[in-house]
Design a protein around this ligand. Structure first.
Ligand code: XIL
Length: 367
């Protein structure tokens, strides 16, 4: 995108300015030695992601791995932000009787605090979560809204002052890329659920940067719908503070399309969070390409995404987050699935926690 001020840029400039601290402050707080290593010509090559990046680098983490010292140490060494893979979701926190169970989310928050890591909240409202507590309230708007408000206030409020931001609404755009998704929250509140979620979250944690997050934003149609929704929220004065692009990429994704897509997402002037990157090696069973060729494609995709994010203006580089630490930790390794799911290698570190060629592709893009 050119540097020209466009309507979209003006719309998002204010929230982006507010978020500036959250993007650049972290870069200043990194160990100077690591930063010097990253920026001084001929210096030793950065050995960690956070040393290579002038912005926060995150990972989705899982409580069932945190007692493994190798895993915990790798997270603390390589990343400076964490997102709960699933422990901060409504399906875990909200019981059918309305009780809120903090065991798992607090474990994630404690790990972040104990290791000096930024905590990113994921996610408050997600169509994929249709918890029983809301089912009986559909049809009674006042009761539904009261529970909706209670949940957001309780969860965002609990981590206020620690969470640097939240995915307030996750995956609002349908897979057709045109309609907005259905689900309990649309049934209960109509389309008001989206702005209402942001307004309540802002009340609950005024300091958090509030994100609209979605996947397949590499697809022009879905990206356009997502941006129209974001523009409308901004125009209506909704406290939307950033845009999350999940970036679950497949080998069919054209690396050349990633840069233009990133620039278009940034056209509103808001901070951008590459929020869940992984690049699956899964492909059609008829794909004749040898694995090593697929890994080359995977490296190019990781490199293109890392480069596109790095090319954003500093004020818009919120964080670059991998959706998992080691390949074995990936959600794509669904043990219940037969076939490929068991052996996918979509991340930056191998099963033993060693940096892979995808790690090199990302560090090269940032050096
Ligand atoms: C996934 C988690 O990784 C899995 O462990 C869980 O079983 C299902 O959800 N987009 C999202 C994430 O926003 O919350 C999803 O995470 C992956 C797709």
């Amino acid at each position: 995108m050119s540097g020209a001020l466009t309507r979209r840029t003006l719309i998002g400039a204010a929230p982006a300015a507010l978020a500036l601290g959250a993007c650049s402050r972290e870069a200043e707080s990194r160990e100077p030695a690591d930063l010097r290593a990253a920026s001084t010509p001929g210096a030793a090559r950065p050995t960690t992601l956070k040393a290579a990046a002038p912005f926060p680098v995150g990972a989705a983490i899982r409580t069932d791995r945190l007692d493994d010292p190798a895993y915990a140490g790798l997270v603390a060494r390589q990343f400076d932000q964490v997102t709960a893979d699933w422990e901060m979701k409504m399906e875990i926190v909200l019981a059918a009787d309305g009780r809120l169970d903090w065991t798992r989310p607090d474990r994630i928050a404690a790990f972040a605090r104990d290791n000096g890591l930024r905590l990113f909240g994921h996610t408050l409202i997600w169509y994929a979560q249709d918890p029983p507590a809301f089912a009986p309230l559909i049809g009674d708007r006042a009761a539904f809204e009261a529970e909706f408000r209670r949940y957001i206030v309780q969860v965002a409020g609990r981590y206020a002052g620690q969470a640097v931001g939240w995915d307030v609404v996750n995956e609002a755009v349908d897979d057709d890329g045109v309609r907005l998704r259905g689900g309990y929250f649309l049934q209960g509140l109509g389309l008001d659920y989206i702005p209402l979620a942001f307004r309540i979250a802002k009340e609950a944690d005024p300091g958090a940067i509030l994100f609209l997050n979605d996947y397949n934003l590499e697809q022009p149609t879905k990206r356009a719908t997502f941006l129209r929704l974001a523009e409308r929220l901004l125009r209506d004065g909704v406290p939307l503070g950033g845009l999350g692009t999940q970036s679950h990429l497949s080998l069919e994704q054209d690396p050349a399309a990633i840069g233009p897509a990133m620039r278009e997402l940034a056209s509103l002037g808001l901070p951008i969070h590459v929020s869940e990157v992984d690049v699956t090696l899964q492909r059609g069973r008829l794909d004749p390409r040898p694995e090593r060729d697929l890994v080359r494609v995977q490296e190019r995709l990781f490199g293109a995404l890392a480069e596109a994010f790095h090319a954003l203006p500093e004020r818009q580089r919120f964080a670059f987050t991998a959706w998992g630490v080691r390949d074995q930790d990936s959600w794509l390794r669904k043990p219940s699935e037969s076939g490929f799911g068991r052996t996918d290698r979509p991340l930056l570190f191998d099963d033993e926690g060693r940096p892979k060629s995808t790690f090199d592709a990302v560090v090269n893009a940032w050096s």
